[in-house]
Design a protein around this ligand. Structure first.
Ligand code: GTR
Length: 432
């Protein structure tokens, strides 16, 4: 495919997926009574039928099996470290009086010296000033780039490809000056800093652009042996896997930064990036707390509940997010050996917070709640308590211990209300 016709094809793919999702949102099932009866795969039974009764049996036998099932059937396998080799960190800027003097802001360029064709990723890290000790840190990807997360005007504008969004001032697939701060309400930096936490973020498009052909321009093509001619096979990683890889590389960097306590990391993401944070947290145990904000289908929501977005819809609109095998479960969810309670259980005994929004019916709030509920047996093996309730709580009434949940007033978004709960949760479970 020659380079000059590529943009035309990309635009066509995108308009198709955006229009397609909108149309599906209007006609989807939103009626609980119309969900066909289903049986969830047994969390605590190994593939050869052995009941898992103790924490070490979970850790040694069942957890590796469940992780392998998610690789094979949902997100694909993350390549082994030898595939990408050395990871290089370059601190490109340090500003000691960020956020009016409250914080130090650093930019870190992460690259792979053995794979210079990948342009690398630019991490923005804020650490609280005057804390007197390394800070616990939230790690999460952004939709719009560092300049969209921060309101500070001296944050470099991302030059990478972005999904079309007139409202967010993305013109010809690029950020413009007017797109500064367009994601700031989802990242209340001062509130996080004031509570003694650091925050590290990167633009998910640094890894690969978010469209069906995006891999050709990103890390997956660079790391694949046959490069741009790759036909993605069952079990090979999709874009969510690649974005999650980026979060783990941030953890690699944070282990080298004396301002951060890398033993106190919380991974966080919203929506498609909530699916990403769950998968990053499942694979990388350095994330001591895992947070899913409105992650919905493909994330925390049980796939067997056909309500709101379904496997058929998501794999048609966003086939590149998952490994190819996942598409075969469209309309055939009962054949899939996993459901999303098993994704939550992969974090055990590390605490997980699942958040829904009442107007976000597309993401199936009840299905998000239930995955946490049905993950409880894995946490119980470690003596950890889950929700403490069996029915979805009232709006704006968080519940839970090592698995926590809330459904907040309002729409699909990340708000200060959500962050208030996450900060409390992280304080309780990470900082102690
Ligand atoms: C939607 C998609 C959801 C969710 C959302 C988002 O179009 O259907 O699964 O991930 O995008 O990421 O904002």
């Amino acid at each position: 495919m020659s380079r000059n016709i590529l943009p035309v094809l990309i635009t066509t793919t995108l308009f198709h997926s955006a229009g397609f999702v909108e149309a599906q949102q209007k006609t989807a099932n939103y009626d609980e009574a119309k969900i066909a009866p289903y049986t969830l795969p047994d969390l605590l039974k190994t593939s050869d039928g052995k009941a898992v009764k103790a924490a070490d049996e979970w850790t040694k036998l069942r957890r590796p099996e469940v992780l392998a099932l998610f690789e094979q059937h949902v997100f694909g396998r993350t390549p082994a470290p030898a595939t990408w080799g050395k990871v290089e960190f370059k601190v490109t800027q340090v500003k000691k009086d960020a956020l009016g003097g409250k914080a130090t802001r650093k930019f870190i360029h992460i690259s792979l010296p053995e794979h210079p064709a990948w342009q690398g990723m630019d991490v923005m890290l804020y650490t609280p000033n005057g804390l007197g000790k390394p800070a616990p840190c939230f790690v999460g990807p952004s939709f719009g780039g560092n300049h969209a997360v921060s309101l500070e005007k001296d944050v470099p504008l991302s030059t990478r490809w972005m999904r079309p969004n007139k409202e967010k001032s993305i013109i010809d697939n690029r950020a413009t000056e007017a797109s500064r701060g367009n994601e700031a309400s989802r990242w209340p930096l001062e509130m996080i800093i004031d509570q003694g936490f650091a925050v590290a973020t990167y633009y998910y498009g640094d890894i690969e652009p978010d469209h069906a052909d995006g891999w050709k321009e990103g890390l997956r093509a660079v790391l694949s042996k046959d490069g741009a001619s790759t036909e993605w096979k069952d079990g090979q990683w999709g874009a969510i896997g690649a974005w999650a890889w980026g979060l783990s590389r941030i953890a690699d960097y944070l282990e080298t930064d004396a301002d951060v306590n890398a033993k106190q990391l919380a991974v966080i993401g919203h929506s498609r990036l909530g699916k990403t944070s769950l998968w990053a947290g499942a694979q990388d145990t350095r994330f001591g707390v895992v947070i899913s904000n409105n992650s919905g289908e493909g994330g925390a929501a049980l796939m067997r509940r056909n309500i709101g977005e379904t496997t058929a819809i998501i794999t048609k609109a966003f086939p590149h997010w998952f490994t190819r095998t996942y598409t075969s479960y469209a309309g055939n969810e009962s054949a899939c050996p996993i459901d999303k309670h098993m994704l939550i259980a992969l974090a055990a005994p590390r605490p997980v917070y699942i958040a829904s929004a009442v107007e976000d019916t597309w993401a199936d709030p009840k299905g998000e709640f239930l995955s946490g509920l049905h993950a409880e047996p894995a946490f119980a093996l470690f003596g950890k308590k889950g929700y403490g309730v069996t029915a979805q709580p009232a709006i704006d009434s968080p519940v839970g211990d090592a698995i926590a949940y809330h459904i907040r007033t309002g729409k699909h978004d990340v708000t200060d209300y959500d962050w208030t709960q996450y900060l409390k949760f992280a304080k309780r479970h990470l900082v102690k």
